[in-house]
Write a protein that binds this ligand. Structure first.
Ligand SMILES: NC(=O)c1ccc[n+]([C@@H]2O[C@H](COP(=O)([O-])OP(=O)(O)OC[C@H]3O[C@@H](n4cnc5c(N)ncnc54)[C@H](O)[C@@H]3O)[C@@H](O)[C@H]2O)c1
Length: 340
C-alpha cells in the first residue's frame, strides 16, 4: 500500500492520540498531520508541546460537528485515525449521554466525512472492553472472534462505533480497520485513570483507592507499543479487519498498585480498598497472535521498563500533574472517591 503521508488524527490532544502524533511524525518523516480535537477536560495542549508546526497543525473542533469536520478535512487525507472519545468508564456510569454523542454519533460523522473527502483508510481505535469480561481461568483469552458483550455504557458506545465502521465498509465500500487494545499506561495520561491515579496520589502521600477486592485483572501495554500497533495496522492491515493489540501482560489491580508504591518507595499501607464500581468487569486478557503473525508487530517495552519510564516521566513533570489535578478534576474526584 502507498505510504500514508497525510493523516487526519482526531483526539490527538489526549493521552494516546498525542503519543500517536509524536510517533507518526518520527516514523513517517514526510507526513503531515491535522490534529482535530475538541479539548474536553481530557484534552490538553501541553501534550503537544515541541511538535514541528510545519508538519503538525492543531484544529480545535468537535467530531459531532459535520461542517467543522468537513472544513478541516477540506484537502482530504490518506487516513483518518479516530482516537476522539469519551474514554472513562466511571464517568459513563454517572452519565452516558456524552459517550453516546461523541463515541457513536461522532464516529458516524467522521465516517461520512471520510467518504465524502475520498479518504483512503479509516482507522477506528477501539478497546478490548467491547468483548466484556472473561472468567478468571488463565486459559481464556479475547480473540478477534470473541462475541461483542459490552458491559458499561462506555464499552457499549465503543462497540456501536465498531458496528458503524463495519456498516460503512459493507454498504459504502469505505476501507476501515479496527484496533482493540487493553489498558494503556505511559506519559501524559489524565490522572483519573488507574495507573496515573495511583502514581499521582502516592507521590503526594495520599491514599490510593482500589476498587472492591483489588483482584480484577487488566492486560497492560505501554502507550508507545499500542501506537506502533496502530501505525502498523494503518499502513499494512487488511481492509475490513479487526486486530487485537496486547502485550501478554495480565496484572491484578492490587498488584499494579503495589508495584507503583514499591517503585516510589511508599508503604503498601497507602492502598485503600473502596466500594466496587457497579458492573465491574473481572478480567481482560488479549490474544495478540493475529497482529503478531500478520504484521510482525511485537511490544518493545516490558512491564518493568515501561513502568520505570512512566514513573520517571511523572516525577519529572510534576507541574503537568499539578495542572491536570486542578479544578474540575478535584470535583470529579470528590464525587467518585470522597475527599480522602
Ligand atoms: N486509555 C486506554 O487504556 C485505552 C485502551 C483502548 C482503547 N482506548 C481508546 O483510545 C482512544 C484514546 O483514549 P485516551 O485514553 O487517549 O483518551 P483521552 O480521554 O485521554 O483523550 C480523548 C481525546 O478526545 C478528545 N475528544 C473528546 N470528545 C471529543 C469530540 N467530541 N470531538 C473531538 N475531540 C474530542 C478529548 O479532548 C481528548 O483529547 C479512545 O477512543 C479510547 O476509547 C483507550
Amino acid at each position: 500500500m502507498r505510504e500514508m503521508k497525510k493523516l487526519f488524527v482526531t483526539g490527538g490532544a489526549g493521552f494516546i492520540g498525542s503519543a500517536f502524533v509524536r510517533l507518526a511524525l518520527e516514523e513517517i518523516p514526510d507526513c503531515q498531520i491535522i490534529n482535530f480535537d475538541a479539548l474536553t477536560y481530557a484534552g490538553n495542549l501541553d501534550n503537544l508541546e515541541g511538535l514541528d508546526e510545519r508538519r503538525h497543525r492543531f484544529v480545535r473542533g468537535d467530531i459531532c460537528d459535520d461542517d467543522a469536520v468537513l472544513a478541516a478535512l477540506e484537502e482530504g487525507a490518506d487516513a483518518v485515525v479516530n482516537f476522539a472519545a469519551e474514554s472513562h468508564v466511571d464517568r459513563s456510569i454517572h452519565s452516558a449521554g456524552d459517550f453516546i454523542r461523541t463515541n457513536v454519533l461522532g464516529t458516524q460523522v467522521l465516517l461520512d466525512a471520510a467518504r465524502e473527502r475520498k479518504v483512503r483508510r479509516f482507522v477506528q481505535v477501539s478497546t478490548d472492553e467491547v468483548m466484556g469480561s472473561l472468567p478468571e481461568r488463565d486459559d481464556a483469552f479475547f480473540t478477534e472472534e470473541s462475541p461483542f458483550e459490552p458491559n458499561s455504557p462506555y464499552s457499549a458506545s465503543k462497540a456501536a462505533a465498531e458496528h458503524l465502521c463495519r456498516a460503512a465498509r459493507h454498504t459504502h465500500g469505505l476501507d476501515t480497520v479496527v484496533t482493540r487494545c487493553g489498558n494503556n499506561y505511559g506519559p501524559r495520561q489524565f490522572p483519573e485513570k488507574f495507573l496515573p491515579l495511583m502514581l499521582s496520589n502516592a507521590m503526594c502521600d495520599e491514599p490510593v483507592p482500589v476498587y472492591g477486592d483489588g483482584r480484577n485483572v487488566r492486560d497492560w501495554i505501554h502507550v508507545e507499543d499500542h501506537c506502533r500497533a496502530i501505525l502498523a495496522v494503518m499502513r499494512r492491515g487488511r481492509a475490513g479487519e479487526t486486530y487485537n493489540v496486547g502485550a501478554r501482560n495480565e496484572r491484578r489491580n492490587v498488584e499494579v498498585a503495589e508495584s507503583v508504591l514499591n517503585a516510589l518507595g511508599k508503604p503498601p499501607s497507602l492502598i485503600k480498598f473502596v466500594k466496587d464500581r457497579p458492573g465491574h468487569d473481572r478480567r481482560y486478557a488479549i490474544n495478540p497472535a493475529k497482529i503478531e503473525r500478520e504484521l510482525g508487530w511485537r511490544p518493545l517495552e516490558t512491564w518493568e521498563s515501561g513502568l520505570e519510564k512512566t514513573i520517571r516521566w511523572y516525577k519529572e513533570n510534576a507541574e503537568w500533574v499539578a495542572r491536570a489535578r486542578n479544578g474540575a478534576y478535584r470535583e470529579y474526584y470528590a464525587k467518585q472517591y470522597g475527599t480522602t
